[in-house]
Write a protein that binds this ligand. Sequence first.
Ligand code: 13P
Ligand code: SF4
Length: 337
Amino acid sequence: MVDINNEILKNNSILQNGFFDIALDPSLDLFKEINKLKKEKNAIILAHYYQNADIQDIADFIGDSLGLAQEAEKTNAAMIVFAGVHFMAETAKILNPTKKVLLPDLKAGCSLSDSAPAPLFKSFKDKYPDHTVITYINCSTEMKALSDIICTSTNAKAIIDSLPKNEKIIFAPDKNLGAYLNKITGRDMILWNGACMVHEIFSLEKITKLKIRHPNAKLIAHPECEAEILALADYIGSTTGLLRFSQQDVSKEFIVATEAGILHQMQKSCPDKIFIPAPPTNSCACNNCPYMKLNTLEKLYICMKYETPEIIIEEKLRIAAKLPIDRMMIISKKMGL
Ligand code: 13P
Ligand code: SF4
């Protein structure tokens, strides 16, 4: 049972982090309290670019999936607090198992990861016994254990290029990223039919109209977007790639086709430039990932204070999933990524 002390019971905002409901005192200075807990517990906060601005601002490291995995692997902190989604926290635990890895909300999943259930993928893979399986890091630990090499959007091309030209490959789970990679590598990989709900929502019609209204704006897109959006893009890259491009390119205006959280770092590093989130097909804020946005400063505080929810992975599965991630890390290092 969690020890809920007086400091917490005073007020009304009920938080659910998958384990317990807590009412937090709204006058609590969460930035100060979280920074205090970081020191007390020798903790590091790793945040993905898709997190809310306040979480990005309190994080020790902000990055894309590859950067976060590399940071998790090398950290000496005793506790890794992962402000991201479940597969990212699992990857941190796989790579650095002696650390306590916490995820503020265990329900922070991923639609792309969910689109590839491991037992179904196993039957699919068994039909192609002579194929190498390259799997995007946005997948479960069980999927990783069924794979030969893991990749992220930063290193996917380098990983495919590292294999002989005649290598037969299955790429999972993202069909949009897979199709884009087939195009730029000249391969004919067999694609699993998965996708990310956030990157599939962008409206070609609305983006086209936006480009007409902003003729000098460059469209920059994440490769998880559909081919028709990528065909219009001036630059395609991972979240880190998109951020770098927006910093280095001479243009003053950008239409950004990825999750809207990345705009915080873009705007922060280039306050004189204009960043427009690419519009989705409907009128809701669907380019906000509902899973990423489950994390809040309040949940971060509670999770650090009570050291829960924690990511636990059975050891045999962890070792099986680590091998394809290690292969990715080695190739990335060799390529300077
Ligand atoms: P990257 O972090 O590799 O850019 O991928 C984006 C993403 O969808 C993470 O969930
Ligand atoms: Fe998954 Fe898409 Fe959310 Fe990334 S943005 S965590 S791929 S659902």
